[in-house]
Design a protein around this ligand. Structure first.
Ligand SMILES: Cc1cc2nc3c(=O)[nH]c(=O)nc-3n(C[C@H](O)[C@H](O)[C@H](O)COP(=O)(O)OP(=O)(O)OC[C@H]3O[C@@H](n4cnc5c(N)ncnc54)[C@H](O)[C@@H]3O)c2cc1C
Length: 446
C-alpha cells in the first residue's frame, strides 16, 4: 500500500491485460497527467491469465485508442500477483469473473478498494465491461466508450457503411450546409459544407462553369465523407482537386485545418481511415476547380463512349463527360435506393510486380493496371467473377449479377449475413489468387 508521502495507486485488471485493462490504464493515466496529478496518482494494469505476458496490447485496442489520441504502445501485459495487494490502493476489475479471481487471491486484511470498474460510472447501464477479444471491432470501441465516456460517430449520407450491430455512443448526422467560392485566375477554390450532397454539388459546379468534378458524377453521399476515403471514379480522385478541409478534433474540441499533405490521401484511403480514424468531424472541404473546360477521358470505358460521341459529331464538353459518366454508372451499378448496396464492397487490390507477372502468366486475360512503383492494381470484380461468385445468392444477400464487386441486400438481410458472404468471397479469392481483399465500406458492430 502507498504511504501518505507516496502516491495513490490504481491497478486495472482484466483477463489477458491486452484489451480492456490497458485501455483503462492508458485513458486514466492520460487524465491523471493532464490534470497535473502524476506526482500523486500512479496507474498500472494486469491480467488474471498469463497467455499474453509481455505482449503489447491487442492491435485493435491500440488502434481504437490511437484514434482517440491515446498511446498504449508502450504498455506490456503482466500477471496480477498477491504482491499487488500490498502495493495498490484500488484494484479495479473489468468484469465479475476477474473480480472473483481477485477475491480468491485477496490476502486477509487488504485495506484497499477491490471492486468493479463500472461501479465508478454513473452513466453506464451495464455492470461489466465485455471482453472484446473474440468479437468485432465494435467491442473495442465499447471498451473505449466505457473508459472515456460517450463516443460520437458522424455520418453523412450513410451510403458507405455496413451495420452489423449498433454503433456505440452518439450518432450524429452532419447536415451543415453552404457553399462559398473564391476565383483565382483560371481557378476557383470552392468550399463546400460537409452536409452538402456530392452529386448535387457536381451538377451545381457544372452549371457555374467550374470544371474538374464531372468524372465523379453520381457518387452517392455527402461532401464531408468524400475526404474520408478519397473518393474516386473514371480516372479522377478527390485528392486531384483537393486544397484543404476543416475538422473538429473530438479530443480537444479545436477546429483544425488540414492541407492536402496532412490528409495523407492514398487509393480509397486517407489519414481519416488510419491514424486519424474516428478522431475528427469534418465540417467543410475546399476543392480547386477550373473555369476552363477540363476533359479527362483516359479511363477506357469512358474513352469508348466519348469516342462514339465524337465520331457522331458531338462537341466534347465537361457537361457531356458528366452525362456519360452518369449513363455508364446507371447501366453498371444498382441504384442503392432500389437495390440496397454500399457500392464497391472491396477495394481493388494492389499486388507486387512479381505476383502480377505470375498471375498474368496463369490468367492472360486478367486486367492489371501498373502503378508508379511497379506494383499492379487488379480489379477485385474480375477476381470475384473468376471465382464463380458473380450473381451468387445467399438467402436475402448476394453478389450483384452484373457487377461482382457489389454485394446487394434484396430485402431483410442482416449485416451478419452480408459479412458472411463477404468472408466467403474473400476466402475464395484468397484461395484461388492468393490475394486478400479489403472491405471498402466502414463496418460497424461486425
Ligand atoms: C452505389 C454506390 C456507388 C458508389 N460509388 C463510389 C465510387 O465510384 N467511388 C467512391 O470512391 N466511392 C463510391 N461509393 C462509396 C460512397 O459513395 C462514398 O464513400 C461516399 O463518400 C460516402 O459518403 P456518405 O456521406 O454516404 O458517408 P457515410 O456512409 O455516411 O459515412 C462513411 C464514413 O465516413 C464517416 N463520415 C461521414 N461524414 C463525416 C464527417 N462529416 N466527418 C467525419 N467523418 C465522417 C462516417 O463516420 C463513416 O465512417 C459508392 C457507394 C454506393 C452506394
Amino acid at each position: 500500500m502507498t504511504t501518505a508521502a507516496a502516491k495513490l495507486s490504481v491497478l486495472f485488471v482484466c483477463l489477458g491485460n491486452i484489451c480492456r485493462s490497458p485501455t483503462a490504464h492508458g485513458v486514466f493515466a492520460t487524465l491523471v497527467e493532464k490534470s497535473g496529478y502524476s506526482e500523486l496518482i500512479s496507474v498500472d494494469s494486469a491480467g488474471t491469465g498469463d497467455w499474453h505476458l509481455d505482449h503489447a496490447p491487442d492491435k485493435r485496442t491500440t488502434q481504437v485508442a490511437a484514434s482517440k489520441g491515446y498511446d498504449l504502445s508502450t504498455l506490456r501485459a503482466r500477471l496480477v500477483t498477491s504482491a499487488d495487494f500490498a502495493q495498490f490502493d484500488y484494484i479495479i476489475a473489468m468484469d465479475n469473473a476477474n473480480l472473483k479471481d481477485l477475491r480468491e487471491m485477496q490476502p486477509q486484511g487488504y485495506a484497499g478498494h477491490l471492486g468493479l470498474f463500472l461501479d465508478f460510472s454513473e452513466q453506464s447501464a451495464v455492470e461489466e465491461v465485455p471482453d472484446p477479444y473474440y468479437g468485432g471491432e465494435e467491442g473495442f470501441e465499447q471498451v473505449f466508450v466505457h473508459s472515456r465516456g460517450l463516443s460520437v460517430t458522424p455520418l453523412g449520407g450513410g451510403s458507405n457503411i455496413v451495420l452489423a450491430g449498433d454503433i456505440a455512443g452518439l450518432v450524429i448526422r452532419v447536415d451543415l450546409r453552404g457553399v462559398s467560392h473564391r476565383v483565382e485566375g483560371a481557378f476557383v477554390d470552392v468550399t463546400f459544407a460537409a452536409g452538402e450532397g456530392w452529386h448535387d454539388q457536381v451538377q451545381q459546379c457544372l452549371q457555374q462553369g467550374w470544371y474538374g468534378l464531372e468524372n465523379l458524377s453520381l457518387i452517392p453521399g455527402n461532401m464531408g465523407a468524400a475526404a474520408i476515403q478519397n473518393i474516386g471514379a473514371y480516372g479522377v480522385e478527390l485528392a486531384d482537386l483537393f486544397v484543404s478541409l476543416r475538422a473538429i478534433d473530438k479530443q480537444s474540441g479545436e477546429l483544425l485545418e488540414f492541407d492536402k499533405a496532412a490528409c495523407e490521401f492514398g487509393y480509397r484511403d486517407s489519414l481519416f481511415k488510419n491514424a486519424g480514424r474516428d478522431r475528427y468531424i469534418i465540417v467543410d472541404i475546399c476543392l480547386r476547380l477550373s473555369t476552363l473546360a477540363q476533359i479527362n477521358v483516359q479511363y477506357p470505358a469512358l474513352q469508348t463512349v466519348i469516342d462514339q460521341r465524337r465520331d457522331s459529331g458531338a462537341e466534347i464538353t465537361p457537361e457531356l463527360v458528366g452525362a456519360m459518366v452518369c449513363q455508364i454508372r446507371s447501366s453498371k451499378l444498382p441504384d442503392p435506393s432500389v437495390v440496397p448496396n454500399a457500392g464497391s464492397f472491396f477495394k481493388n487490390p494492389i499486388i507486387p510486380q512479381g505476383q502480377a507477372i505470375e498471375l498474368s502468366r496463369q490468367y492472360p486475360q486478367m486486367p492489371r493496371y501498373p502503378q508508379a512503383n511497379g506494383d499492379s492494381k487488379v480489379p477485385a470484380g474480375w477476381l470475384i467473377e473468376h471465382c464463380g461468385l458473380k450473381g451468387a445468392v445467399r438467402g436475402p444477400v448476394g453478389v450483384h449479377q452484373q457487377q461482382a464487386l457489389v454485394l446487394v441486400n434484396s430485402g431483410g438481410g442482416t449485416g451478419a449475413q452480408l459479412l458472411a458472404l463477404a468472408e466467403e468471397v474473400r476466402l475464395a479469392v484468397l484461395q484461388r489468387f492468393v490475394i486478400d481483399l479489403d472491405i471498402e465500406p466502414r463496418v460497424y458492430g461486425g
